[in-house]
Design a protein around this ligand. Structure first.
Ligand code: ATP
Ligand code: MG
Ligand code: MG
Ligand code: MG
Length: 340
């Protein structure tokens, strides 16, 4: 009998739309000779549906209007043990942060990707720093700003940022993805505005020293025995890789392989695997680095446990360039979830 895979899409995060695109690719490429697919959609306000309609209606959001093909209380399918493996093709809040992984765990259904702890630690950019700085992983210097404290100590905090980091800085909601709520600050006023914007998305903000750096990304696959892909490089079409440069303007470039020497590539691959293991990642993650343009110093930027997954996204493209094509990659991820 075919294994039943619950592919979950949508969700309550600011990356809902990105998830619809990623999930459409997964649904169009999953090996249907091997797997029976159950499509599970989560609306922006958190309602779960089993969706029996056309895949084509997912990407544009019209699946939710396709009422005759919707079965409400889609979450029941998990607790009724009606599926064998969950593939959460969700990004950001309630998808990438350990919450859905926890639901699957309670329902005793294997879930593709990282478990609760690794998901939560990687989603929270501040906690990623806290964990990895114990292992001397090079990361940009930073200041953490909490909304409640900022209200009372605004000037002091702005001063600390200026003195500790100098400009430019990057202002990031601790739990962010797809660059939502992220801005670059070149002076105190920018930082003030950037914090106001970031506080719309999170109560905890990471302000980081801005580096003049190349962006190098490595795909890692596996449980304890993980492998790394050839590194790729992002060349944003804008001043930094913001939401628009990622999804709305197609002039950003992805270079595969990255423009590094063989030695540099091997080093960065080993570093990616080391970080993956330190964070207890399983299944997959895209480990992103910043490499200083002047002196080649390598910094970890962040770890994405459910990276963009369209067939033209970096994670699957790096695997394609390393010999694992898209639908094979999906099958491997499902097998890794069952092995955990
Ligand atoms: P993703 O969509 O990959 O999950 P994200 O929303 O988690 O991204 P980051 O990768 O942390 O956000 O930052 C978004 C972009 O901002 C980076 O791709 C890079 O272009 C720029 N950036 C972030 N931090 C720095 C930094 N310290 N120095 C220079 N550029 C930075
Ligand atoms: Mg990220
Ligand atoms: Mg992300
Ligand atoms: Mg990023």
């Amino acid at each position: 009998m075919k294994k039943k895979i619950g592919v979950i899409f949508g969700g309550q995060s600011s990356e809902h739309k990105v998830s619809l695109v990623s999930a459409t690719s997964v649904l169009n490429n999953i090996d249907t000779e091997k797997y029976e697919v159950v499509k599970i959609g989560i609306t922006n306000d958190g309602k779960w549906f089993v969706y029996n309609g056309e895949i084509d209606y997912i990407e544009n959001g019209n699946w939710i209007k396709d009422e005759k093909n919707l079965i409400s209380h889609g979450e029941r399918i998990l607790f009724n043990r009606e599926i064998d493996v969950v593939f959460p093709v969700l990004h950001g809040l309630y998808g990438e942060d350990g919450t859905i992984q926890g639901v699957c765990k309670l329902a005793e259904i294997p879930c593709v990707g990282c478990d609760v702890l690794a998901s939560a630690v990687c989603m929270d950019k501040v906690y990623t720093k806290y964990v990895l700085e114990n292992f001397n992983i090079n990361q940009a210097s930073y200041v953490v700003v909490h909304k409640d404290e900022y209200k009372d100590r605004e000037n002091e905090i702005l001063q600390e940022i200026e003195e500790k980091l100098s400009y430019p800085v990057f202002i990031k909601p601790a739990n962010s993805g797809s660059s939502v709520g992220i801005s670059k600050g070149k002076n105190k006023d920018d930082v003030k505005l950037g914090l106001i914007e970031a506080f719309k998305h999170d109560r905890k903000i990471l302000v980081e020293k801005g580096l003049n750096a190349r962006e190098i990304e490595v795909s890692v696959l596996g449980n304890r025995k993980a492998i790394a892909s050839v590194p790729g490089e992002v060349v944003p079409c804008k001043e930094f890789y913001d939401y628009e440069a990622k999804y709305e303007d197609d002039s950003s470039e992805l270079l595969i392989p990255a423009g590094l020497t063989e030695n540099e590539m091997e080093e960065i691959k080993l570093l990616a695997i080391r970080i993956y293991k330190l964070l207890d990642c399983e299944g997959m993650a895209r480990v992103d680095f910043l490499v200083d343009k002047d002196n080649g110093e390598v910094y970890l930027n962040e770890v994405n446990t459910l990276p963009g997954f369209t067939s033209i996204s970096m994670y699957p493209k790096l695997w394609a360039a390393s010999g694992i094509e898209y639908s094979e990659l999906i099958s491997r991820l499902i097998e890794l979830a069952e092995e955990k």
